[in-house]
Ligand binder design. Structure first.
Ligand code: NDP
Length: 507
C-alpha cells in the first residue's frame, strides 16, 4: 500500500549491527488499515472466482520473481535483521518451497470431494469443499521476516483469500518488497502491506478481516486474541517456544552436539523453534557437555558480514537475555561458555549453562538469544517429563538410534525432529504450530491450507429414500424399520469395524 494523505507519520527501520537507518516507512493509521482491507475485499472477489489452476499460475509467476531476485531480498533481510547473508538466502529458499507447495496442492486438499453418506442417508451424495474465508490479516515477526509470514500468506492466497500483511516494525522493508513483487507478478493487489507499529497491528485486528494469522510473542498473541474477540474474528496464534533436545545414551553424539549448537545459536538464538534446553542421558552427559562447550567457544557473533551469528535484532531483548543468564547463575547454575558478560550492546556471544534449576527463568521462559541450558538425566523418561513440564510446546528434537519414534510420540509439542533439528519446518506437507502457550492453529501443509477456509458441506438427493425419515409423513412402520435397522447395525455395541481391527502382529 502506498503512503496516503491520512498517514499519521513515519518510522525508520534500522540496521541492528550499526544503528544506521535502512529506510523510513509510513505509519498507517486505523483508517489506512480499514481502507486496505476494503480494497483487499474487492480484490478477493476476483481472486476467489479464479480456479485453483489459475491461482496457482499467478502464485508460481510470483515465485519466479522472488526466486530470480533472491539475492536482493536476502540483502534487505540482512540489513533489517542483521542476520548473515547465507541464513537470509536459506530462509528465502524455504519460503519459496512453501509457496510452490501451497500453490500446487491447494486443489488436492480443498476442492470438493465426495464423502461416504452412511446407511441412513444412502440416497444422498455427500460432499465437502473448503471455501476461502475472504480477507486474511497477517501479523508477522521480525526474526524470520520472510519464512514465517509466508507460512500464512502463501497458504491463505492459495486457498483463495486476499491478504493484508502487517510486518514487524523492525522489518517493514521486507514486507513491502514481498507485496511489491506480488503486484508486479500478478498485476492486482490481492496481497498488500500496511506498515507501522503495534497500533497498526491492533487496527488490523479490528478492520473487519475474516481471520487473523498472528506470529509473535505469547503476550502480544493474547492482546491480538482479545481484540479479535470483540468481533468474533477467528485467529491463528503462532507464538513462542522453549524447545528441548533429548539426547539418549545411544545417540550419535557428534550430530547431537552440532544440532544443539546450531539450533541454539543460529539466527543469534532468535528462532521460535530454536533449541533452548538440552536433556542428556547420564551415560553420555560428560562427553556431550565437553564437546558442546568446545564447539560453542569457537563460535563468535561479530559485526562482519560473514559472521555465522549476527546481532540481536530487537535491542530490548538484550536485557531479557542478560536477566535469564543472571538468574541461572544466581541460583547455582554455571556458565561453561559465556555468561552475563557475553551480552554486549548489540551482540550476544554463545552461552552454555549447566546445573540450572528447572524453575529458573533460563529454563521456564523464552530467552530468544544464543544461550542453552544442559541438564543430566538418569533416564529418557525423566527427560520426557522435564521437556513436557514447559508451558510452551512448539517443537522438539530427539537424538536416539533405537528409540527415536517412541520418544518423539511421548513429547508434547506440535513437531518433533528425530536425529536432526527443526527439519519439520522445511517439509511443506507437514503442519507447523504449537500447543499451550506456543499457540494454536496450524500453518503449512494441508492443515495450513484449511486454516484459511471454512468447510462447506452439501448433500444432494440422488433418489427417493427407501425409508423416508425427514418428513411429517413418516409412518409407524418406518419408525419400526429404523429401530430394527439401528439394532442390527449398532446393537452389539463393541464390534470394531473390520478396517479398525488390529492385523496379526500389531498388538
Ligand atoms: P511481538 O509479539 O512483539 O510482535 C509480533 C507482531 O505483532 C509485530 O508485527 C508487532 O508489531 C505486532 N504487534 C505488536 N503489538 C500488537 C497489538 N497490540 N496488536 C496487534 N499486533 C501487534 O513479537 P516479535 O516481533 O518480537 O517476534 C518474536 C516472537 O515471535 C517470539 O516470541 C517468537 O518465539 C515468536 N515467533 C513464533 C513463531 C512461530 O511460528 N510459532 C515464528 C517466529 C517467531 P511491531 O513490531 O510493530 O510492534
Amino acid at each position: 500500500m502506498t503512503t496516503t494523505p491520512e498517514k499519521t507519520g513515519t518510522f525508520a527501520s534500522l540496521d541492528p549491527r550499526t544503528g544506521d537507518v535502512v529506510a523510513t516507512h509510513p505509519i498507517h493509521s486505523a483508517e489506512d488499515v480499514a481502507a486496505a482491507v476494503m480494497r483487499a475485499r474487492e480484490e478477493s472477489a476476483w481472486w476467489m472466482a479464479l480456479s485453483f489452476e489459475e491461482r496457482a499460475e499467478h502464485l508460481l509467476t510470483w515465485k519466479g520473481v522472488v526466486t530470480r531476485r533472491m539475492q536482493q531480498l536476502a540483502d534487505l533481510m540482512h540489513r533489517e535483521t542483521g542476520k548473515p547473508h547465507g541464513d537470509a538466502a536459506l530462509e528465502v529458499a524455504l519460503a519459496i518451497d512453501h509457496l510452490h507447495w501451497a500453490a500446487t496442492h491447494a486443489k488436492k486438499h480443498l476442492d470438493r470431494r465426495r464423502v461416504p453418506s452412511g446407511l441412513l442417508m444412502a440416497n444422498q451424495a455427500a460432499s465437502v469443499a473448503y471455501r476461502p474465508l475472504g480477507v486474511i490479516g497477517v501479523i508477522g515477526p521480525w526474526n524470520y521476516p520472510v519464512f514465517t509470514p509466508m507460512g500464512s500468506i502463501a497458504y491463505a492466497l492459495a486457498a483463495g483469500n486476499a491478504v493484508v500483511f502487517k510486518p514487524s516494525e523492525f522489518t517493514p522493508g521486507v514486507g513491502e518488497w514481498l507485496a511489491r513483487t506480488f503486484l508486479e507478478a500478478v498485476g492486482r493487489p490481492v496481497f498488500s502491506v500496511v506498515t507501522g507499529l503495534g497500533d497498526t497491528g491492533a487496527a488490523l485486528c479490528r478492520a473487519g478481516v475474516d481471520k487473523v494469522a498472528f506470529t509473535g510473542s505469547t503476550a502480544t498473541g493474547k492482546r491480538v486474541m482479545a481484540a479479535c474477540a470483540e468481533t468474533l474474528t477467528p485467529v491463528v496464534i503462532e507464538a513462542g517456544g522453549k524447545d528441548a533436545v533429548i539426547v539418549d545414551h545411544d545417540a550419535d553424539l557428534d550430530a547431537a552436539v552440532e544440532a544443539s549448537l546450531w539450533g541454539a545459536c543460529a539466527n543469534a538464538g532468535q528462532t521460535c523453534a530454536g533449541v533452548e534446553r538440552v536433556y542428556v542421558h547420564e551415560l553420555v552427559y560428560d562427553q556431550f557437555v565437553a564437546q558442546l562447550a568446545a564447539a560453542a567457544k569457537e563460535l563468535r557473533a561479530t559485526d562482519s558480514a560473514d559472521s555465522p551469528i549476527g546481532p540481536i535484532t530487537m535491542p530490548k531483548q538484550l536485557e531479557i537475555i542478560r536477566s535469564h543468564i543472571a538468574d541461572a547463575l544466581a541460583r547455582g547454575g554455571r556458565a561453561l561458555v559465556g555468561g552475563t558478560d557475553a551480552v554486549g550492546d548489540r551482540f550476544v556471544q554463545p552461552t552454555v549453562l549447566v546445573d540450572v534449576p528447572e524453575d529458573s527463568l533460563a529454563v521456564t521462559e523464552e530467552t530468544f538469544g544464543p544461550t542453552v541450558t544442559v541438564r543430566k538425566v538418569a533416564t529418557v523418561e525423566e527427560a520426557i517429563e522435564l521437556t513436557n513440564r514447559s508451558k510452551y510446546a512448539l517443537g522438539s528434537t530427539v537424538f536416539s538410534k533405537a528409540r527415536g519414534m517412541e520418544i518423539a510420540e511421548q513429547v508434547r509439542s506440535g513437531m518433533t525432529a528425530i536425529n536432526g533439528v527443526i527439519t519439520f519446518a522445511a517439509v511443506p506437507a507437514l503442519p507447523f504450530g504449537g500447543v499451550g502457550d506456543s499457540g494454536f492453529g496450524r500453518i503449512h501443509g494441508a492443515d495450513g491450507l484449511r486454516e484459511f477456509t471454512y468447510p462447506k458441506a452439501i448433500t444432494r438427493q440422488r433418489f427417493k429414500p427407501a425409508l423416508a425419515l425427514t418428513t411429517f409423513k413418516r409412518t409407524a412402520k418406518a419408525d419400526q424399520q429404523l429401530i430394527s435397522m439401528m439394532t442390527m447395525m449398532h446393537g452389539r455395541g463393541t464390534t470394531l469395524p473390520k478396517a479398525m481391527k488390529p492385523r496379526r502382529g500389531e498388538r
